[in-house]
Design a protein around this ligand. Structure first.
Ligand SMILES: NC(=O)c1ccc[n+]([C@@H]2O[C@H](COP(=O)([O-])OP(=O)(O)OC[C@H]3O[C@@H](n4cnc5c(N)ncnc54)[C@H](OP(=O)(O)O)[C@@H]3O)[C@@H](O)[C@H]2O)c1
Length: 325
């Protein structure tokens, strides 16, 4: 498994991590046994970085990870805070940060959280000196070892990267979301800020398994948030209309090398960008976690493939979403 230094955390992590949103809720039911099996399969395959949030299953994802951590020393866990309350900049205070991180410390069973990310806060929060001062206070108090941000837009990412204490930026980056290539990845690399690439499979679209007849359960955000009804539509299929995504995936399919699963191809495409520290695919079962980890063993895809991916993006996707995030 390829390793990378995770930005200003200074930690070495596997370049394929595990996204643990699925272990909470919002994607339909996952039993605790199944969640533990996914964590076990990922760790067995060499994954050492897990991304979660206090809001996933309202703490369930963190608690399952917390019960798993003692069995596998050496894992790095990033959590997020700020979305269990209204999205109001006035709530981003040091006292609230203490309360929110105390809850995550309890859920995860650790004294010091490895990395805490502001969870897509309102845009003005990224420019608030008081917010960064409060985060620095949490580091000084050893509640957290480092902090980062999870952003919706490239401008939010660039604002956070300019702050000296920002260790990481988490952003949507995948073969259907190329905008971070323009400025965010170069700026992060120049500043030594880690990039955590989320929604790397465009919520599963880039697995190549879906078609016009695919349905998702009522409690799966790919059903109930398809038009942004519950949260930013960019988090569901990367904000690409489902049918357009299917058309793009059909054009990408011939680029997948023989013997390689399309999901692995999509992850390898992200890993080919050295500014990305870690990619965090979500997995619903141990086989997906294993397959995703194996993407790190594939050779780089080559310039022609990268050019072809860009062409598909320019033709089908960019006109619909490039200006949005
Ligand atoms: N605001 C934020 O900070 C934010 C927002 C979104 C996500 N995230 C983080 O990013 C992580 C990843 O994003 P995501 O989970 O939304 O999307 P994703 O990783 O792009 O897609 C996950 C889905 O892809 C499919 N999949 C995964 N591995 C596969 C494989 N090997 N073969 C075939 N299909 C596979 C599964 O779909 P099926 O369910 O159809 O099997 C799975 O549910 C999350 O878990 C979370 O940690 C953060």
């Amino acid at each position: 498994m390829e390793q990378a230094i995770l930005g200003r955390t200074g930690r070495s992590v596997s370049r394929i991590g595990l996204g643990a949103w699925q272990l909470g809720a919002d994607w339909g039911d996952v039993s605790t046994d199944d969640a533990l099996a996914v964590l076990g399969a990922a760790a067995d395959a060499g994954v050492t970085f897990i991304d979660t949030a206090d809001v996933y299953g309202d703490g369930r994802s963190e608690k399952v990870i917390g019960s798993f951590l003692p069995t596998r020393p050496g894992l790095t866990v990033a959590t997020k805070m700020g979305r269990r309350v209204a999205l109001d900049p006035a709530l981003y205070t040091v006292d609230n940060f203490r309360a929110w991180t105390d809850r995550s410390r309890t859920n995860l069973g650790v004294d010091t959280l490895d990395l805490v990310q502001l969870h897509c806060p309102p845009t003005p929060v990224y420019s608030s000196d008081a917010v960064y001062d409060a985060l620095d206070t949490l580091v000084a108090e050893k509640r957290i070892a480092a902090y980062g941000v999870s952003v919706e837009t490239v401008n939010e990412a660039l604002t956070a990267i300019a702050r000296p204490g920002t260790a990481t930026v988490q952003i949507i980056f995948n073969a259907l979301r190329l905008k971070p290539l323009d400025h965010v990845l170069p700026a992060a690399q120049a500043a030594g800020v880690g990039i955590i690439a989320r929604v790397p499979l465009a919520s599963g679209l880039l697995s190549g398994r879906y078609d016009e007849h695919t349905t998702f359960s009522p409690d799966d955000h790919r059903n109930y948030n398809r038009h942004g009804e519950a949260f930013d539509v960019g988090e569901t299929f990367s904000g690409v209309p489902f049918e357009v995504g299917l058309a793009a995936v059909r054009r990408l399919a011939p680029l997948v090398p023989p013997g390689v699963a399309m999901a692995q191809f999509a992850l390898r495409w992200i890993l080919d960008h050295p500014a990305v520290s870690v990619v965090i695919p979500g997995a619903r079962n141990p086989a997906q976690a294993q397959g995703n980890a194996a993407a790190a063993d594939l050779p780089p895809l080559g310039e022609e493939v990268h050019a072809a991916v860009t062409e598909v993006y320019d033709d089908l996707i960019a006109p619909l979403i490039h200006d949005r995030w």
